[in-house]
Every structure is written in structure tokens, then in C-alpha cells.
Design a protein around this ligand. Structure first.
Ligand code: SPV
Ligand code: MG
Length: 437
């Protein structure tokens, strides 16, 4: 056997830079590609557009690749220890930026293993991030988008979802990434929550199911057209089972990944309203029938119907919520959301512990609007699968608009609003939207 050269990669978007490094590797020996699994990527970057199996099928058919093995960690080092290659090959762009520390670790590991690190000059003009942006401009298919939530559930410890009520707010969720100081990992939102509260509020309407599905679909369409990340749709109570089946099909056709319906009866009020309006809870058998009707109506395997438990909002007990959860899970629901406006979060914590004892793997959704002192890590340790920031972009935008409007009123001109950075420069607005130039 000749020299073995290791190359770790995502293999999602193939460009001349990757072909060049494969070529350089193959010149020096048998090229062993460590293909990063979805799980290895999910905690650090957004999921690849293609699944592992699809990426593997592409990579193992590229000339020069001898073998493809999974790289299950973000770091190359565990695979280097397992496969003990004679050398690892990497683009020299990792000398700066987020991968610098990883580079040091790889040098150390290869020194221990008696191997070599080969650095290839980075191919200028092409990189995966730029191509990912280009893919975003082209868009995604409903089918690919729909499946992404399930892929995230399988591969990420906790899924971070942010409310979007317009194309613009959705673009923030789609594109914003921050590099974490601790480990250089990039953190972003995994997907969007189409919230009834923020959608109706942005239309100047109350959150009482007064905005019908057709109108909700207008903002949803705007969001769908400028993003690729998965969407969870707030389905309110879901209406009558006969109506809910249409909602399910419409959402599924559009590539929405999940709908959450809440077990309220009578006129729906927003769950965060004061206690003076105690909400009635739905009859369990009726709600189970609605779940079953929805599950029968869906066409794909991947669409998810999530039941939202309102027991704690309606002044009932954790025991009641658990009993309802049991019935809903028995009716085939794909996940459960538990809601509360209690600030301590203790009721939610109690529910999570009991729920996880009964249902180890059913996705569990939390909306920590009032108990926001807990981090995502805390909520994950309670057993949460998905955390939804349900209204924050809308709530952030309103005071920002008021401040700019006040400045203009105060000064009788807009100069100060610009000078105090209360308004985004017009150029940045144009740069934000692809196709403005
Ligand atoms: C929404 O965002 O519309 C919700 C969550 O349903 S909450 O407002 O907390 O009820
Ligand atoms: Mg709502």
C-alpha cells in the first residue's frame, strides 16, 4: 500500500479549489477523504444542502479519491488517530481565522503519529461560503427545505429557531452568523418561527385568529422566497379538523417543516395575556382527532405536526399537561410543545423531566419568553429539542422605529437620526437584498 493522504471536507459544493486539493493529494498517495457527517457540521455551521449519503456518492466518484470515510467530529484529529495517515492535506487558508487552533492541533497530532502536514496554496476567487451565498440566491426546493428540520433534530443537541414576520426579518435569520470567541465556532439560527402573534401584530391586528390562513400565507410566501432555512408554522388551534387538513397540505406543499397547534377551545387569546382571561382547554378526544386528521392528510413522511400543551397557561397542572401529552403522542403527534408564562421556569422544568422519563425521543419544544434567564444549554439539559424565540425581532424593531421617528420630530429633520445611527444607511439596505444592483 502506498502513502495514505487524508483530506477532511464537507463535500457539499464542489468547486475548482476542492478539485485542485484532491488532485494535489492524489499525486502524493492514496487519497482518503474524511467526509464530515451532518452531526459534525451542525454544531459549527449550517447543515449542508445535500445529505451525507448524497455527498458521499458525489465525492467517491471524483477522480483521485481512493476511499471515503465519515469524519464524525468537527476536528480532524480523532480520524487522524484512527486512520493514521502518512499525511494530511489542507488549504493554507487555515493559517488565519477560525481554523487556526485546529491547525495547531493537527500539527501536534501528526507529529505524534510521525506524519506530515501538507499545505496547498488556497485557490483564490472560490470558496464554499461565497458559493453558499450564491445557492441562497437561487433558493431551495420545498422538499429539501421541509426535510431539514428532521435532519437538524437528528444531528443537533438543541435547535435554535427565531421568529420571522416578514421577508426582511427572515433574511436576518437566514444570514446572521457570529463567530464565538471561545472556540471559533460559528453560531446562527437554524430556522424560522412563523408566529401568529408577530404576524398579526405587524399587521396591526390582535392575535385571536383574526388573521386568516390565506393572509398568513402572504408573509409566509415572502419569507419562503428569500430564505432556505426550515420553517415552523404557528397554526393557532388548527381550527376544525376539516379545515386543519387543508392547512397541513398547504404548508407541506410550500416546504414548511412543521405546524404547531395548541389545545385551546373557544376564542383563542394569546397565551402571554394576563390571567384575567382564562383560556378554556380543548377536549382531549377532539384534539386527538384533529391530530389524526392532520397526520392522515400529509403527503410526505417528513412533515411534522407538533401539539402545544396549554395546561399551564390555562391555570391547570403539570399532571394535566403530561396526561394530555400522553394522549397526543398516542394519536401520532411528531412532537410536543409545552408553554408557560411562569417566570421561574420551574413548572416547565418539572414537565420536561417527567415527559423525558416517558418519551425519551419525542421532540420537545420550549418557548422561553418569560423564563429567559435560562440559556439554550440549560434548556437542552432539561430535555428540550427545539427552542423558539417567538417574538423578539418584532419587539426589537418597534422601539427602534419609535426612536427614529422621535428624533425626526424633535429636530424637525432627519440629520440627527442618521448621525446617531438610528437608521441603516440606504446603501446597506440595497446591499441587503440580492438583485438591488
Ligand atoms: C406566537 O408566537 O404567536 C405564539 C407563542 O403562539 S406565544 O405568543 O408565546 O403564545
Ligand atoms: Mg401564536
Amino acid at each position: 500500500m502506498g502513502r495514505v493522504i487524508y483530506l477532511g471536507m464537507r463535500g457539499d459544493i464542489i468547486h475548482p479549489g476542492i478539485i485542485n486539493i484532491i488532485h494535489e493529494g492524489a499525486k502524493r498517495g492514496e487519497l482518503l477523504v474524511g467526509l464530515l457527517t451532518d452531526r459534525a457540521i451542525a454544531e459549527h455551521k449550517r447543515l449542508p444542502f445535500l445529505t451525507y449519503e448524497q455527498r458521499k456518492a458525489v465525492i467517491e466518484n471524483i477522480k483521485g479519491v481512493s476511499r471515503v470515510v465519515p469524519q464524525k467530529e468537527w476536528s480532524y484529529v480523532p480520524n487522524l488517530r484512527t486512520y493514521k495517515p502518512d499525511a494530511i492535506i489542507h488549504g493554507d487558508d487555515w493559517k488565519t481565522g477560525a481554523l487556526q487552533k485546529e491547525r495547531d492541533n493537527v500539527f501536534e497530532a501528526m507529529r505524534e503519529l510521525g506524519g506530515e502536514v501538507i499545505e496547498i496554496p488556497y485557490t483564490p476567487g472560490v470558496n464554499t461560503s461565497a458559493l453558499q451565498d450564491a445557492v441562497r440566491e437561487v433558493g431551495t426546493t420545498p422538499d429539501v427545505r421541509l426535510k431539514t428540520l428532521r435532519r437538524l433534530i437528528e444531528n443537533k443537541e438543541i435547535i435554535r429557531i427565531m421568529e420571522a414576520h416578514s421577508g426582511l426579518s427572515a433574511l436576518i435569520i437566514e444570514t446572521l452568523e457570529m463567530e464565538m470567541e471561545q472556540d471559533g465556532a460559528r453560531r446562527g439560527f437554524d430556522g424560522m418561527w412563523s408566529s401568529s402573534l408577530t404576524d398579526s401584530t405587524s399587521r396591526g391586528k390582535p392575535d385571536i385568529e383574526a388573521v386568516d390562513l390565506t393572509t398568513r400565507l402572504h408573509s409566509l410566501t415572502d419569507i419562503l422566497e428569500c430564505t432556505t432555512k426550515p420553517i415552523i408554522f404557528d397554526g393557532d388551534t388548527g381550527g376544525k379538523p376539516e379545515h386543519f387538513v387543508f392547512t397541513v397540505r398547504t404548508l407541506e406543499r410550500n416546504g414548511v417543516s412543521a405546524v404547531i397547534i395548541e389545545d385551546k377551545a373557544g376564542l383563542k387569546k394569546n397565551s402571554l395575556f394576563g390571567t384575567e382571561v382564562l383560556q378554556q382547554l380543548a377536549d382531549v378526544p377532539d384534539f386527538c382527532e384533529k391530530i389524526r386528521a392532520g397526520k392522515r392528510a400529509q403527503v410526505t413522511e417528513d412533515f411534522m405536526i407538533i401539539a402545544r400543551l396549554e395546561s399551564l397557561i390555562a391555570g391547570s397542572t403539570v399532571a394535566d399537561a403530561l396526561e394530555r401529552a400522553r394522549a397526543y403522542v398516542g394519536s401520532g403527534v411528531d412532537g410536543v410543545m409545552i408553554h408557560s408564562k411562569e417566570k421561574t421556569g420551574l413548572d416547565i422544568q418539572e414537565f420536561c423531566a417527567a415527559f423525558r422519563r416517558e418519551h425519551a425521543h419525542i421532540p420537545l419544544v420550549l418557548v422561553p419568553t418569560t423564563y429567559n434567564q435560562y440559556t439554550e444549554k440549560d434548556l437542552a439539559s432539561w430535555g428540550a429539542t427545539i427552542v423558539i424565540y417567538a417574538n423578539h425581532l418584532l419587539r426589537a424593531s418597534y422601539p427602534a422605529m419609535v426612536k427614529a421617528a422621535q428624533s425626526i420630530l424633535r429636530h424637525g429633520r432627519s440629520f440627527e437620526a442618521e448621525a446617531d445611527n438610528l437608521c441603516m444607511p440606504i446603501r446597506e439596505v440595497l446591499e441587503l437584498i440580492p438583485g438591488s444592483f
